[in-house]
Structures are given as structure tokens and as C-alpha cells.
Design a protein around this ligand. Structure first.
Ligand code: UDP
Length: 239
């Protein structure tokens, strides 16, 4: 018998850095087909898949201020960067046979559909992969917050956060060798510790909507599917 997914509808949050591969910047051509293949396999299980993609591989608002740009300008540039990534991911997904729609929070009709919640849900019901681009459409937010917001709006069963590390740690494992992996944590634990894995606004949104956050290593091939099938991968944040 085919394995049964534990989630009916997921919101997958991918940081822009995932697309960089081993490059210092931009989109590594070899990453997209691999990522798209994994998403296609999850879709083939009958799971509704929505994706929020970041833009950190191109530009982040905060970094732009260091070069003398106004923060809000930098944030809009960051949001536009997410649209570039969304289009690249859409292309890769369609090459794998997944019908995909990009819905953007900043209108640009020649490029993508505007974000309309009901339309997003309709696409998901029709089996299309939906990529939410341009974050929340507002400066001073992150794509993690956009992911939590969209997950709440589409009634996702879980927010899957693919990262560079194996899950949630007591401190940043890249900087602190003493950091320990936490398999299970509450939203409150994350909020009180101020852990940088996800910003507080995003965690609070998930807490309010009671959406579990699954944090796992996206660089391990097959991990998205493992999480969807309920295997013991990464960490879970819930009540
Ligand atoms: N951004 C924004 N509002 C949003 C989402 C993103 O202003 O709702 C901007 C912000 O400048 C951010 C950049 O877009 O730094 C890229 O998003 P993010 O840093 O979350 O990307 P990731 O780290 O996931 O690649």
C-alpha cells in the first residue's frame, strides 16, 4: 500500500539561500530541478502544496540599507527578488509536470496573477502548486511572516520550513558548537528564547492559527517527502 501523508495541505517555506546551492549569490542551475522533483513527488501523494520563497539570495532590505539605500526601498527590492525566484521555481516545477501558479502580493499582471485568497485555494483544489511571491507585499516584514500568514489563510495543516541545518537548535548551530537539537518545542519556547530560526511575528501567527511548524534540513534529498509522510525528521513546533 502507498504510504499515507500526515498532512493534506502544506505551506513550504524556502529561503532564497536554498536556491544558491554552493554559489555565493543568485540561483544555482542544478538546485532547481532537484527541488522541483521533490515537490512533484509530494504532489503525487495527493498533498496540496503551496510555497513561499524568500529573496535573500538576491537582496535583503537590511543589507541594502548598509549600502545607503532607504530601508523601505530595500524591502521592496527584496520582495521583487522573491518574484524572480518564484518564476524560476515555477519554470522548474512545470518542467517536472506540475501545473504551477505564481500569485504575487505586489501586482504585476504581465508576470503573475495577483494574490487573491480564494483563487489560491481554488488552484490548490485543482491540484496546482501555488507559489506565493512578493512576501506580504509590505516592507518591514519577512518571507517567514508571509509564509505564516499564507499558511493561515489557506488553512494549511503545517508550515514546513526547510533550512540549512537539521532542525531547531538551542542556539545558532553555525556559530555555537554547544547548540543542541530540540526535536519538539512549543511556540512559547521559541518566542521566549528569541531563536533566530523564525521571527516572532511568524511564530505568533502560527500559534494563533494552531499550525505546527516543521523545521528540517532541506539539503538532504527526500526530506520534504519524509516530513509529509510523518517520518521522524527535524523538529516540530506546536502547542
Ligand atoms: N520583504 C519585505 N516584506 C515581506 C517579505 C520580504 O519587505 O513581506 C523583503 C525584506 O527586505 C527581506 C527580503 O524581502 O529581507 C527577502 O525576504 P527574506 O529575507 O525573508 O528572504 P529569505 O531570507 O527567506 O531568503
Amino acid at each position: 500500500m502507498a504510504p499515507t501523508p500526515v498532512y493534506r495541505r502544506i505551506l513550504l517555506k524556502l529561503s532564497g539561500e536554498v536556491l544558491m546551492g554552493s554559489q555565493p549569490f543568485g540561483i544555482a542551475p542544478e538546485v532547481l530541478p532537484q527541488l522541483a522533483q521533490e515537490v512533484a513527488e509530494v504532489r503525487a501523494l495527493g498533498v496540496d502544496v503551496a510555497i513561499v520563497i524568500g529573496g535573500g539570495n538576491i537582496i535583503r532590505g537590511i543589507a541594502a540599507t548598509e549600502q545607503g539605500l532607504e530601508r523601505v526601498t530595500g524591502d521592496y527590492m527584496g520582495m521583487l527578488a522573491t518574484v524572480i525566484n518564484a518564476l524560476a521555481l515555477q519554470d522548474a516545477l512545470e518542467k517536472k509536470g506540475c501545473q504551477t501558479r505564481v500569485l504575487t502580493a505586489i501586482e504585476m499582471r504581465q508576470v503573475a496573477e495577483p494574490f487573491i485568497r480564494r483563487r489560491a485555494i481554488r488552484h490548490l483544489e485543482k491540484g496546482r502548486v501555488v507559489i506565493f511571491a512578493a512576501g506580504t507585499g509590505n516592507p518591514f516584514f519577512t518571507t517567514d511572516s508571509a509564509a505564516a500568514l499564507r499558511a493561515s489563510e489557506i488553512h494549511a495543516d503545517a508550515l514546513l520550513k526547510g533550512t540549512k541545518v537539521d532542525g531547531l537548535y538551542t542556539a545558532d548551530p553555525v556559530r555555537d558548537v554547544g547548540a543542541c537539537l530540540v526535536k519538539q518545542a512549543t511556540y512559547q519556547y521559541l518566542l521566549e528564547r528569541g531563536l533566530s530560526i523564525m521571527d516572532a511575528a511568524a511564530v505568533s501567527l502560527c500559534q494563533n492559527a494552531n499550525i505546527p511548524i516543521r523545521i528540517f534540513n532541506i539539503r538532504v534529498p527526500g526530506n520534504i517527502k519524509r516530513v509529509v509522510l510523518g517520518e521522524d525528521v527535524g523538529s516540530t513546533v506546536s502547542d
